[in-house]
Design a protein around this ligand. Structure first.
Ligand SMILES: [Fe+2]
Length: 403
């Protein structure tokens, strides 16, 4: 859905730029034909060039897509380009936050961090809030005398004229682009305002895509939690296990300096690592006695069953790999493939330790939970055999701190 939408938008924008380029070249040709060499015309053409370059930079970045976690960088870049268009050193992008119903500044230039933190506008209040609510561009020539301008809710540091351009897609407005007039100018030109509007359109499309991406991620996260609950219903032992496992996996991954973008995968893997038990006979999973070799062989299939369930979901493909190997041993004696040491994904080595700890410290149908000291000793004994010694070290420090 997002890709389809992005492709359609990218196609339309490419057409827009082709048209703009054509117009630009026609204008250039006609001016050349007139043999006009007035400095004024040259200045306009050079300005037009600059504007077009700024537009293309934002457009290029937009069609490449904004990777998760990089939204802030996109907005910052788009704002700087918008400021460049008019030569301004002060401006902001505000995006509507669905959770609190307020407009938040998510990119700024020339505004103090304190102010950025404090300004949260209700739609309809202040100039930006009004531009947002009405979906119309508002230019304020004298903010101090404008009744809608409340000095950024009493926190303003400068009061030069500015323009608030709504970030609109069709009938919905996602935010506002505020650009202040440079001190060297008396007014924005028509061309600058037109370009700011087009740029605002580009930013809106990306903002919408980012929102869509975040809703899809939220949807998947809820799906993941629902799946985890499905396992809970089947294997009572996993009830609080999944949530505890997730929190510990996150902390452990952070402690092991795993890049932030991978941590979420490890968290999901911690929640879902035993989802493959869905495909195992209930009688084996809930058996209140030690398993026979045959039953154990059945249980050993759960990582592969989980992989088959999760790997077709693109969003969970890395998670599926982590889960596939969560019963591999550091010395190569694990399953399903007998991978060794670094061959086993780090996420799987983390889940392996967390899973073993939770299993040892919980009551099982056929035995009581181990005492904490005994579980610690088991982990220490297993370091280098079943477990990655570095993960065990980090985990034991985490457990110590938890106490
Ligand atoms: Fe497992």
């Amino acid at each position: 859905m997002v890709y389809l939408l992005s492709s359609i938008i990218a196609f339309l924008l490419i057409i827009l730029f082709i048209v703009l380029n054509r117009l630009y070249n026609l204008k250039l040709a006609s001016l050349k034909n007139k043999k006009s060499s007035s400095p004024n015309v040259k200045k306009i053409l050079s300005k037009f060039d600059e504007l077009l370059l700024d537009m293309i930079a934002v457009h290029d970045s937009g069609i490449k897509g904004v990777p998760a976690g990089k939204e802030g960088e996109f907005y910052k870049m788009a704002l700087l380009r918008a400021c460049d268009i008019v030569g301004s050193d002060r401006g902001s992008i505000m995006i509507y936050n669905n959770d609190d119903g307020l407009l938040h500044i998510i990119a700024s230039r020339g505004i103090s961090d304190e102010l950025v933190e404090k300004i949260k506008l209700k739609p309809g209040t202040g100039v930006a809030g009004r531009a947002f609510e009405k979906g119309e561009i508002i230019f304020v020539t004298n903010p101090e005398k404008n009744p809608d301008y409340d000095g950024y809710m009493g926190y303003d540091e400068q009061t030069e004229p500015f323009v608030a351009v709504p970030l609109k897609i069709k009938d919905s407005t996602v935010g506002v682009l505020n650009i202040h007039l440079p001190k060297t100018k008396n007014n924005f030109t028509d061309l600058e305002l037109k370009f700011l509007s087009i740029l605002a359109g580009e930013i809106s499309i990306m903002a919408e895509n980012i929102n869509l991406y975040q809703s899809i991620e939220k949807f998947y996260f809820e799906l993941v939690q629902t799946l985890a609950k499905t396992i809970d219903a089947k294997d009572s032992y996993t009830g609080s296990h999944a949530i505890t496992a997730r929190n510990r996996a996150k902390k452990l991954a952070e402690r092991m300096n795993i890049p932030e973008k991978f941590i979420k995968n490890i968290e999901y893997a911690a929640i879902l690592h035993d989802i493959g038990k869905i495909g195992i006979d209930d009688r084996i999973i809930t058996k209140p006695a030690k398993l026979t070799d045959e039953e154990y062989a059945q249980i050993k299939k759960h990582p592969e069953i989980a992989y088959d369930i999760l790997s077709p979901i693109e969003f969970l493909s890395i998670v599926a790999k982590i889960i596939l190997y969560h019963h591999e041993w550091f010395n190569g004696n694990g399953y399903p493939e007998g991978l060794k040491a670094e061959e086993i994904p780090l996420g799987s080595r983390i889940i392996s330790v967390i899973d073993a700890w939770d299993a040892m410290t919980s009551d099982r149908p056929y035995r009581k939970a181990l005492k904490k000291e005994d579980a610690i000793n088991e982990l220490k004994n297993g370091a280098g055999k079943q477990f990655d010694p570095d993960v065990v070290d980090a985990f034991l420090k985490l457990i110590e701190e938890e106490e």
